[in-house]
Ligand binder design. Structure first.
Ligand code: SF4
Ligand code: SF4
Length: 418
């Protein structure tokens, strides 16, 4: 029995099997399969712990059917830490060699090797236009039938130059800076949405903040953690710690909800290795603006109806819901419209949609219908991973709705024909 699974034994035993999680789990809502909901997964983890269940690929598949959206935890009367149990079970499966081979080969040989990963993405960015056609509103659809790729799916398109390679390491405002922050970029912002990073930097520098973007920073480690590879996740944390330690700053800021959760507490809680970046506070971009800096955004060229999607890792993960709405509503020209179930998971779940696209698609279409009800022209959010999923869900629903990060909306000058 692996150490991590033993460590969550008490947590497993705390589940009373009341079944309340069945009414809130987005995966269970689509499948109605007991082993897809928290209660079922906890029972499976308990059986693996008692060694009354074989460690198999089927078990691995069941454990992978969780978005780590934390909705079950929020609604559980006993506040059972389902996330810790599922991750410990994935770690156990990884130790036993039962997790998907290709995913782990990619993590081991590419994703956790900074230069190799950069070369991989650059090559992919050159190949993608041959295979995928850029679509209105973002992402690309396959030009030819590709094995394992739904013909209508919007795939994120990589940039040939990362954000980190396009900008200087330190960007200073005019005059004496009011504070100095370090930007934690994250993989999706670095390679898919560099505009988010550029927008955050512009807003911060215009507000008198000096921004340092430490060179050599890598993936935060969350994909490795979610894949059950705790060793690789810990190594990513150590690499980033060393890189950030070489710079002086007052705070760390990120525009990615999942990176923010990892840096603030998730890695520390799961890996028990102390704070990710010690001694300074970590902020989500909207949190930093709303709580510390304040911002006076320029007016949009015309009134635009905007709705907001709560990323699970910002809302349930970090307890941040008011700040992004406050920032959005401060933009003259934004007509804010709350969507039904704004905090319902979009179905992205990091790499979840890669292995369970059928489920992600169903969850995403519910979100697209919530967006439709608002009549919004723009859906704003604070997580690039959610943006990938929302772009696909909205395109598939046939709506003409733009997906934007709050930071992009802050710097955007809308032209009259948009
Ligand atoms: S995880 Fe919580 S809500 Fe779900 S069955 Fe167990 S105790 Fe009940
Ligand atoms: S974290 Fe989300 S997807 Fe996973 S079991 Fe809980 S509610 Fe379901």
């Amino acid at each position: 029995m692996t150490k991590r699974l033993r460590e969550v034994e008490q947590e497993i035993r705390r589940c009373s099997r009341c079944g309340q999680c069945r009414s809130v789990c987005p995966v269970f809502a689509e499948s109605l399969v007991e082993s897809h909901v928290a209660r079922g997964k906890i029972a499976l983890a308990g059986a693996a712990l008692d060694e009354s269940l074989d460690v198999s690929r089927t078990l691995s598949n069941r454990m992978s059917l969780c978005l780590n959206c934390k909705t079950c935890i929020e609604n559980c009367p006993a506040e059972v830490r389902v996330d810790e149990i599922v991750l410990a079970a994935r770690d156990h499966l990884h130790e036993k060699g039962k997790n998907p081979f290709l995913k782990h080969a990619f993590i081991d040989n590419v994703w956790t090797r900074g230069r190799v990963f950069a070369r991989f993405v650059q090559t992919a960015s050159r190949m993608q236009p041959l295979l995928f056609k850029r679509g209105e509103g973002g992402g690309g659809t396959a030009r030819i039938p590709l094995a394992g790729v739904d013909s209508e799916r919007r795939i994120p398109m990589f940039e040939s130059r990362s954000l980190l390679s396009r900008i200087p390491e330190v960007i200073s405002p005019e005059g004496k800076p009011r504070m100095r922050v370090a930007l934690f970029v994250g993989c999706a912002t670095n390679w898919v949405y560099p505009g988010i990073g550029e927008s955050m930097i512009r807003v911060l520098v215009d507000s008198g903040v000096e921004v340092v973007i430490p060179r050599g920073q890598e993936c935060c480690g969350v994909p490795m953690l979610n894949a059950g590879d705790f060793d690789r996740a810990g190594k990513q944390m150590e690499k980033n710690r060393a890189i950030f330690a070489g710079h002086g700053y007052d705070a760390v800021v990120t525009g990615c909800a999942s990176c923010g959760l990892a840096l603030k507490k998730e890695m520390e809680e799961i890996l028990e290795t102390g704070p990710y970046l010690p001694q300074v506070p970590v902020y989500d971009f909207t949190e930093l603006l709303a709580r510390e800096i304040g911002v006076e955004p320029g007016a949009l060229d015309k009134t635009v109806r905007v709705t907001y999607h709560d990323p699970c890792h910002l809302n349930r993960g970090q307890g941040i819901t008011a700040e992004p709405r406050e920032v959005l509503q401060s933009i003259p020209g934004v007509e804010f419209a709350e969507m039904p179930e704004a905090d319902r998971c979009c179905g992205g779940g990091g790499l979840f949609s890669l292995s369970h696209y059928d489920v992600a698609l169903k969850i995403g279409s519910r979100k697209a219908e919530s967006i439709r009800e608002t009549g919004a022209h723009i859906v704003a959010t604070t997580c690039p991973a959610c943006m990938i999923q929302l772009t696909d869900a909205i395109a598939r629903s046939g709506q003409d709705v733009r997906v934007m990060h709050v930071a992009e909306l802050l710097v955007r000058k809308l032209t009259s024909n948009e």
